[in-house]
Design a protein around this ligand. Structure first.
Ligand code: AKB
Length: 374
């Protein structure tokens, strides 16, 4: 409880600089936890529900059990109603996910299965989160090709066939060593050196092609590394920046697999999910482009460690650099240039590094305490 109080005091101090960030949500969540054991993952998302039923899209999220699906479903369900957002995956969901709203099996490699889901549920928006990430992709190129390229073709075809609005995330990984790195503009050389990056450039180009050829309402954001407390990333190069928080709270020791001076663009999950909703809701005629960079902060492992040590001074970090991940990171942007998103549909990030650190440590600490209490 000492650490929670210390974190909350820190969070309140930060509230002056950015009242919009998670701080008030965090404080009210802590109140909620002590009185009604509200789930931690209820944090985040401030949009009021839409007014009429006909405004509300019926959303399908693929790859729903990855790092982002459950959080996005929560945000969208608040906005559009619980039954209007269907999470899907090929894996069995944990109980809390199964009981929190519609969940179904969907296999993006099975076109007939996708078509049945879209038709039977009157789907109008598709958020395509299934993907094999950068580090895992280098270990299994065949799988990455199948999921990230063949799967994407199915998604674009099904969306075109049924007139859906479709969101496909791209990534900093869609750039490579020959792209300008600091900052990386929207339009520049894209010659990634990973199968993940190649498949994401392919997704950007195919989606834009379907948009101008068939009128598909394709929307794509290039995400930085996403930092989340309630869900773990799976097999990315930026994963260290999530794992370090869990290690800091649990054991106080962390082994970092990137060099201490590796600067990468990162974003707090609340900003990422809000960006996705706001972009999906933007009127089509405001979108000059169909693929946008979004940026919020950049840091190195060393800078992140220093910020965490302001709260947990005893954190010990050693380095054991993974050559595959380091080579990938060395060719990625150090920051993204995102003025087009800010101009065209009003993108604005809310969390900076110190707010991210306070929010992550608070969520993880409270989450662990809840887990022990039940
Ligand atoms: C990865 O590290 O592969 C992902 C990404 C930045 O796209 N988190």
């Amino acid at each position: 409880m000492m650490l929670v109080m210390q974190l909350l005091r820190g969070a309140v101090k930060h509230a002056g600089s950015s009242p919009q960030c998670s701080v008030e949500r965090l404080i009210s969540a802590v109140r909620g936890i002590s009185s009604s054991s509200q789930r931690l993952s209820d944090l985040g998302g401030t949009h009021p529900p839409s007014s009429t039923d006909s405004d509300r899209p019926k959303v399908l999220i693929t790859g729903g059990l990855g790092q982002l699906g459950v959080g996005l479903a929560k945000l969208l369900r608040r906005r559009f109603g619980k039954n209007n957002v269907i999470l899907s995956d090929i894996r069995k969901p944990p109980n809390h996910v199964y009981h929190n709203g519609p969940f179904i099996f969907s296999d993006i490699l099975d076109y007939k299965n996708l078509r049945e889901i879209v038709v039977n549920n009157n789907i109008s928006w598709l958020v395509h989160y299934s993907a094999v990430l950068s580090a895992v992709g280098e270990n299994n190129v065949a799988l990455a090709k199948e999921v990230n390229i063949t799967g994407l073709h199915n998604i674009l075809d099904i969306a075109t066939e049924h007139g859906l609005r479709v969101f496909v995330p791209s990534t900093i990984g869609a750039f490579g060593p020959s792209s300008p790195r600091d900052p990386t503009p929207e339009l520049c050389v894209q010659r990634p050196r990973t199968i993940y990056g190649v498949s994401k450039v392919h997704a950007e180009l195919m989606g834009e092609y379907y948009n101008h050829r068939y009128g598909l309402d394709f929307r794509c954001l290039r995400y930085p590394g996403i930092i989340s407390a309630d869900s773990q990333p799976g097999g990315g190069t930026t994963d260290y920046a999530v794992q370090i928080f869990h290690a800091a709270v649990k054991t106080g020791c962390f082994e970092c697999n990137l060099r201490s001076d590796t600067q990468l663009p990162m974003m707090y999950i609340d900003d990422c999910l809000r960006a996705t909703l706001e972009f999906m809701e933007a009127p089509a005629d405001t979108l000059v482009s169909r693929t946008y960079n979004i940026n919020s902060m950049s840091f190195t492992p060393q800078e992140l460690i220093q910020e965490i040590q302001k709260v947990l001074p005893d954190l010990k970090v050693t380095y054991n650099v993974d050559p595959v991940r380091q080579a990938i990171a060395d060719g990625w942007p150090m920051a993204l240039e995102d003025s087009a998103a800010r101009r065209d549909w009003g993108w604005k990030h809310e969390c900076d590094l110190s707010e991210l650190v306070h929010s992550m440590l608070t969520r993880i600490t409270l989450g662990n305490q809840l887990a022990q209490a039940y």
